[in-house]
Ligand binder design. Structure first.
Ligand code: CAA
Ligand code: FAD
Length: 379
């Protein structure tokens, strides 16, 4: 394994870092405070080709690889975790399954505008009774002539209120358990589709987290993604990739919080010296950077395995598990090193602390990552 970025990856990271610093960072506190979806960030990301990084240009993408896309989520999340997850859900959870399982017609019709950033994507698996136990799907899709009639609902869907294209999972045959689940491409304007409750959350305030409601939603049979009954496998393998994206979000949040802290401890004086002069401060920041670097290596390894077509289910779960815990530890200690100021909204570590928590919950909780890792070890 090569630990260096290629010239192209390094150039892309430079572009993403500059973009994040110049365009995204200045808005981060405002969108958090106003709980506002940053549509302007999405438009700007589209302009510089960030909405389809790992896909070929014939599908509207930027001819990059997964590691480059991961670098984008990391750089965005250093300054704004909301913008990081918008890109992650769009790319990993909507574009990627169409790229992997879609027909050529589906790719031309849906992936091209998604990867160009003309359209925004989302992924609907979770239901009120199907969270960690994703197999407990209750939404149904009944074949009627040239259509599937979908009834049911999804909750907690990222990009939910703003997406144009949704990957939706539903039961086409309830008798068959996970083998009776199918995946569909749903457009926001299809009759019978509506947006329900928008969640108010602890963190990632700018990210839209919505309920989706399907009432006699007729989806053309051409919009079945992959084969009927193969939807659960599509969901699981899509989440394998998505978990690397969330792990990148977590290391971004952690590095962002540590960078802010290093700046702060050199400026803040107590007992007539900068608090950076205390050995406790030095040891805390040394430990945190060591853990962030370890997490980053796990994340890049998982992306590398995906890029080289090797299996990466367990490695993606390890990356997400570890990076999310490092994000929580780093942001907690970052607030501590800021003292009372870190508890106020005058400093970004307060927001980063709130944003970090979700990385231990979505795309499979930390407990579910442990299940995925141990299942492989014990099988
Ligand atoms: N790739 C492909 N297929 C897979 C797979 C994978 N990684 N993992 C399992 N499968 C297949 C199995 O091979 C099996 O197939 P067969 O029936 O053909 O043998 C089938 O799926 C069922 O497998 P399991 O019996 O292992 O499934 P399970 O019901 O025990 O569930 C689980 C396993 C890992 C707990 C799974 O339910 C899970 O991942 N839960 C967490 C849900 C989750 O992560 N949700 C995230 C929603 S999206 C989100 O959160 C987005 C966001 O925030 C931005
Ligand atoms: P539960 O499954 O009820 O879990 C509750 C607790 O029980 C957790 O600690 C869990 O780890 C534990 N637990 C459950 N089962 C086990 C077990 N077998 N062993 C040990 N512990 C267990 N979903 C989508 O489909 N698309 C999205 O875009 C999306 N975005 C989201 C955005 C946000 C902000 C949030 C909050 C959620 C989002 N989700 C999305 C849903 C998310 O993936 C689920 O919330 C998550 O998978 C956990 O499911 P749950 O909330 O039902 O918790």
């Amino acid at each position: 394994m090569n630990f260096d970025l290629s010239e192209k990856q390094a150039l892309m990271r430079k572009l993403f870092r500059e973009f994040a610093e110049k365009e995204v960072k200045p808005l981060a506190a405002e969108i958090d405070e106003e709980e506002r979806f940053p549509i302007e960030n999405v438009k700007k990301m589209a302009e510089i080709g960030m909405m389809g990084i790992p896909f070929e240009s014939k599908y509207g993408g930027s001819d990059g690889d997964n590691l480059s896309y991961i670098l984008a989520v990391e750089e965005l999340s250093k300054v704004c975790a909301t913008t990081g997850v918008i890109l992650s859900a769009h790319t990993s959870l909507c574009c990627n399954p169409i790229y992997t399982y879609g027909t050529e017609e589906q790719k031309m019709k849906y992936l091209v505008p998604l990867a160009k950033g003309e359209k925004l994507g989302a992924f609907g698996l979770t239901e009120p009774n199907a969270g960690s136990d994703a197999a407990m799907q209750q939404t149904t899709a009944i074949k009627e002539g040239d259509y599937y009639k979908i009834n049911g609902s999804k909750i907690f869907i990222t990009n939910g209120g703003y997406a144009d294209i949704y990957i939706i999972f539903a039961m086409t045959d309830k008798q068959k358990g996970t083998r009776g689940i199918s995946a569909f491409i749903v457009e926001k304007d299809m009759e019978g589709f509506s947006i329900g409750k928008i969640e108010k959350k602890l963190g990632i305030h700018g990210s839209s987290t919505a309920e989706l409601i399907f009432k006699d939603l007729y989806v053309p049979k051409e919009n079945l993604l992959g084969q009927e009954g193969k939807g659960f496998g599509i969901a699981m393998s899509t989440l394998d990739g998505g978990r690397i994206g969330i792990a990148a979000q977590a290391i971004g949040i952690a590095q962002g919080a540590l960078n802010e802290t290093i700046k702060y401890v050199k400026e803040r004086k107590q007992f007539s010296r900068p608090i950076a002069a205390f050995q406790n401060t030095q040891f805390v920041i040394a430990d945190l950077q060591t853990k962030i670097d370890a997490a980053r290596l796990l994340v890049y390894r998982a992306a590398y395995l995906k890029d080289t077509n090797q299996s990466y289910t367990s490695e993606a779960a390890m990356a997400k598990l570890f990076a999310a815990e490092v994000a929580m530890e780093t942001t907690t200690k970052a607030v501590q090193l800021h003292g009372g100021y870190g508890y106020t909204r005058d400093y970004p570590v307060e927001r980063m602390f709130r944003d970090a928590k979700i990385t231990e919950i979505y795309e499979g909780t930390s407990e579910i990552q442990r299940l995925v890792i141990s299942n492989k070890l014990l099988k």
